[in-house]
Ligand binder design. Structure first.
Ligand code: ATP
Length: 232
């Protein structure tokens, strides 16, 4: 299988403190990869480096075989990389429709963006005139994902999709993630706890102390995953 994203020996630091100590990770084209592990292991930092928000001190990031170290988030967006940050990043004082209008700069018309959004997330269609800030956390996450999809990404980074949400809604969101993956989008998702992600991930990697400590198909790393949390 071809690697869409490949991280090779990535190292990164905050000031003098190195927090990524040689991270190797592959996201094969068209697959969902879950990056899991307890607090402080370096998952968010890995995503920041991969998405161009932070520079690596060593190692490299390849996108479809192309070296992209140092590319800005904007340049990566043009190459089809989309990041849905922790905390979702929707505009609370704008309606659903206005939030979607903000992403039409990428080229698609509002009608196209809206129809894709409401097809994927019918609940957003029912709430198109509601202020985003008054929606539930799950609905805001849907809006964040709909905004991301409007840019027609090849690679989607999802940071802690489940943060602050009830298990049922997390399950619903992951079913949608699986649907999105079926359309050919490759997805790297970071989660601290959510077991639900294992149901949709093709591969899972465990991150501990700035390194990948195990990687495999979800069923093969369940024991390591439990040990990682017990150890933490
Ligand atoms: P979490 O799930 O809590 O976000 P994580 O696995 O994503 O954890 P990171 O957020 O990448 O881990 O953090 C890795 C290490 O880097 C931690 O020790 C953290 O304290 C440190 N760190 C993260 N952000 C900063 C920052 N802005 N300045 C200094 N140290 C940081």
């Amino acid at each position: 299988m071809t690697a869409l994203l490949e991280l090779k020996g990535l190292r990164a630091a905050y000031g003098r403190i190195e927090v990524l100590h040689g991270v190797d990770l592959v996201v094969p084209e068209g697959s969902v990869v879950a990056l899991l592990g307890p607090n402080g292991g370096g998952k968010t930092t890995t995503l920041k480096v991969a998405s161009g928000q932070m520079a690596a001190t060593a190692g490299c990031v390849h996108l479809a075989g192309r070296h992209i170290n140092g590319a800005s988030p904007d340049a990566l967006a043009r190459l089809g990389v989309c990041t849905i940050p922790e905390g979702r990043g929707v505009f609370p004082n704008l309606t659903v429709k206005e939030n979607l209008r903000m992403v039409t700069y990428a080229g698609a018309s509002l009608a196209q963006v809206e129809s894709r959004a409401y097809e994927t997330f019918p609940r957003l269609g029912e709430r198109r005139t509601q202020l985003a800030g008054t929606m539930s956390g799950g609905e805001q996450q849907m809006l964040a994902m709909a905004r991301g999809l409007a840019t027609d990404p090849k690679l989607l980074f999802l940071d802690e999709l489940s943060m602050g949400l009830a298990p049922l809604i997390v399950e619903e969101l992951y079913e949608i993630v699986a649907e999105i993956a079926k359309t050919g989008v490759s997805i790297l998702v970071i989660e601290q706890f959510a077991r639900t992600v294992l149901g949709v991930a093709d591969y899972a990697a465990i991150m501990l102390h700035g390194k990948i400590s195990a990687v495999g198909e979800p069923a093969d790393i369940v024991d390591e995953l439990e040990a990682a949390y017990m150890g933490a």
